[in-house]
Ligand binder design. Structure first.
Ligand SMILES: [Zn+2]
Length: 296
């Protein structure tokens, strides 16, 4: 059994357990409407097991986070295929994110957007569009203010939760906003933050290639294309850092050329939560429909 088949099997097994756990309160609330006496009896019957089910829920969630973090930690090891994960940080913004979405749609490519909570709150329709068009949303803190978020782990996690609440509110669902990216990147610094977010139910990823669009105000398109070519040379798996903050006009301009280059080099494009084998094993689908993406 290959590694991913094993993980798939494990995730399916965990999902079945969770669905069963989730179904218990649902069944109970339906009974409430029918017969109050009956529900009182059911409640009493369930009471002794409440801690057990909550404990199981936590345990399953911890296992899920552990597996997902392993996936992100090992992502650069690859599996003999050239994969490019396009990622866009600091949006959504009305002028830049929408243009990037148009380009991705034309090319039928899915990407990952690490959004800032306060921007999401300001532009809910763009969040809806990102989700509807099949891209993955990631959490990039609420304020992106280094001096605030890195004061201590509690403040950082509060920002992740706040952003998650904004996304759930916009999408009217419990979106699984587990994947995060630390503003400025982490690269092994601040180990206490890494430990804290994993324990709080979040995973994280940095990057290993970039277009350099945050290395100056508005850098020429050619500079961004060359930076991407140089930073990706010789790498089988690319997690590419780009930005869809307002003003990143040349990021939009450079994107078609960057994608052309990567395609010519033989890369396939995936969302960060998709394993490399996804294109080979067509039966492997993490989610067929965005609305199915729920926290377990
Ligand atoms: Zn950022």
């Amino acid at each position: 059994m290959s590694r991913w088949n094993f993980i798939r099997f494990f995730i399916v097994l965990l999902s079945i357990i969770i669905i069963n756990i989730i179904n218990i309160p649902n069944t109970r609330s339906e009974v409430i409407e029918i017969n109050k006496d009956e529900i009182t009896l059911i409640r009493k019957a369930f009471e002794p097991y409440r801690d057990v089910t909550e404990g199981m829920y936590r345990e399953v969630k911890n296992q899920k986070i552990k597996l997902e973090q392993e996936h992100y930690d090992n992502i650069y090891k690859g599996s003999g295929r050239k994969v490019a994960y396009l990622t866009f940080d600091d949006g959504p913004t009305p002028n830049i994110t929408t243009q990037i979405l148009d380009i991705l749609m034309t090319e039928k490519i899915e990407a990952t957007f690490f959004i800032i909570g306060k921007n999401a709150k300001q532009y809910p329709d763009i969040i809806k569009r990102i989700n509807k068009e099949g891209h993955l949303l990631g959490n990039h803190s609420y304020s992106h203010s280094y001096k605030n978020i890195y004061q201590n782990t509690d403040i950082y996690i509060e920002e992740l939760i706040k952003t998650e609440e904004v996304i759930n509110d916009i999408l009217q669902t419990e979106y699984d906003l587990t994947l995060t990216r630390f503003p400025g990147g982490m690269f092994g610094s601040r180990p206490a933050f890494i430990k804290a977010i994993n324990e709080a139910g979040y995973t994280y990823i940095d990057w290993n290639a970039l277009n350099g669009d945050s290395e100056g105000k508005v850098l020429p398109k050619e500079h961004l294309v060359n930076r991407l070519i140089n930073s990706s040379r010789g790498k089988e798996v690319l997690v590419i850092l780009m930005h869809d903050a307002g003003g990143k006009i040349t990021t939009v301009e450079a994107l078609p050329e960057i994608m052309e280059y990567l395609k010519a080099e033989g890369y396939v494009f995936l969302r960060l939560d998709q394993p490399y084998s996804i294109k080979e094993n067509s039966d492997y689908i993490i989610r067929e429909n965005n609305s199915d993406r729920r926290i377990i």
